[in-house]
Design a protein around this ligand. Structure first.
Ligand code: NDP
Ligand code: MG
Length: 380
């Protein structure tokens, strides 16, 4: 039996991971971690009986400890608890499905402890890829991508030599506002931005998809995972999300992975790699699909993508500033403090005011994160 820990078990990726675990029936869950949703975490704990559960908020952790005192499960809290969950000794794979840069330290701790990572938390690679990738090599651990595009690329590279990659073709749906101008985007409300045409995901990534910031984060994620230059990663808009991504090799051959939009496929592939298991669900029907259309991404009305290219090419602490400014701006948009277009304005402002530090340590990454937050608080 494979043993796994899930950080962010109550979220979109976390709950779908547990669905895969339940359907397959041969994975043991040894640790679960969540932010504050103790109601769902209790249900999950009763069902999967991990050894350890972590709740970020101390108060809520104590509440959960009381309500599950009949179970042989230890309850921990805060960053220390999250790291404990990430390093729970019996787990072989840690699914990193927390949202945001909070994932950096637990991911590093899990790798240091020799665990493979099923990586959904792209913010960690974007900000600390220069630490994560060499660490994986040093510790001999695998990073299995869960992000659907990166899983697709990973699948296209099966049996191939990474050195023969000419281009990575990262597909994008274009989000709910594809084709709109900045003028038309001025009036966008939270409810509009939370409606993704093809995928049902957590709130932050849904907003990121609408601004194309998610695609920008994914370009940087691809750079680290597949050891390519930013210029080798090209974004191709394919509105129906049928092609999950492609690789063009040196000889001109293009490999693609297709399927219906279902995150359980990349999650299951990451958990069982290199094995493929049966996955119930809808299959691609080419006859009703008829055609697959492509467009160029619109980097003028959606500057999130061009800012990401800038950040990824410059490197150092700039991707952290891009990411941290976006995290805070999205929070502010979701709490209706700022307008939709201010999200990318904030990212741009934070990036232009930043003095880049090369090859930052984890501490320096966290300092750059705080500097971005301070900039936003002082200006917005
Ligand atoms: P959700 O918002 O749905 O879930 C986030 C999870 O993280 C929840 O379990 C939440 O707990 C937990 N969490 C939040 N803060 C903390 C904290 N401080 N300590 C511990 N746990 C915390 O997000 P998603 O599942 O959509 O996304 C997770 C990650 O996966 C993101 O990095 C995203 O970019 C990436 N991803 C997601 C995809 C998707 O389809 N959803 C696709 C590709 C990548 P609580 O419920 O208690 O708040
Ligand atoms: Mg994705």
């Amino acid at each position: 039996m494979k043993k796994i820990a899930i950080l962010g078990s109550t979220g979109s990726i976390g709950t779908q991971t547990l669905e895969v675990v339940e359907t397959q029936g041969d994975i043991v869950v040894t640790a679960l971690a969540a932010g504050s949703n103790i109601k769902l975490l209790e249900e999950q704990t009763r069902k999967f009986l991990p050894k350890l559960v972590c709740v970020w908020e101390e108060e809520k952790a104590r509440e959960l400890a009381v309500s599950i005192k009949d179970l042989p499960v230890r309850v921990v809290f805060g960053m220390e608890g999250l790291i404990e969950a990430a390093t729970e000794p019996s787990a072989e794979i840690v699914v990193t499905a927390v949202v945001g840069m909070i994932g950096i330290r637990p991911t590093i701790a899990a790798m240091e402890a020799g665990k493979d990572i099923a990586l959904a938390n792209k913010e960690t690679l974007v900000t600390a890829g220069h630490i994560i990738m060499p660490l994986a090599k040093k510790r001999g651990v695998n990073i299995f991508p869960v992000d659907s595009e990166h899983s697709a690329i990973f699948q296209c590279l099966n049996g191939e030599n990474k050195k023969t990659i000419h281009k990575v073709l990262l597909t994008a749906s274009g989000g709910p506002f594809r084709g709109k101008t900045r003028e038309e985007l001025k009036a966008v409300q939270v409810e509009d931005a939370l409606k993704h045409p093809n995928w049902s995901m957590g709130r932050k990534i849904t907003i990121d998809s609408s601004t194309m910031v998610n695609k920008g984060l994914e370009v940087m994620e691809a750079k680290w995972l597949f050891d390519v230059d930013m210029d080798q990663v090209e974004v191709v808009v394919q509105p129906k999300s049928i092609i999950h991504s492609m690789v063009e090799f040196k000889d001109g051959a293009v490999m693609a992975q297709l399927g219906t939009p279902d995150m359980k496929l990349p999650i299951q592939y990451a958990l069982y790699y290199p094995e493929r298991r049966f996955l119930p669900g809808e299959r691609l029907d080419f006859w009703s699909l008829k055609e697959i259309a492509f467009e160029k991404p619109d980097m003028v009305n959606f500057p999130g993508l061009s800012l990401a290219y800038q950040a990824g090419k410059r490197g150092g602490t700039l991707p952290t500033v891009f990411n941290a400014a976006n995290e805070r701006a999205v929070e502010k948009f979701l709490s209706r403090e700022i307008s939709y277009l201010s999200i990318t304005d904030i990212i741009e402002g934070a990036m232009s005011g930043h003095t880049v530090k090369e090859n930052p340590s984890v501490e320096e990454i966290l300092e750059a994160e705080n500097a971005a937050y301070e900039y936003i608080e002082s200006r917005w």
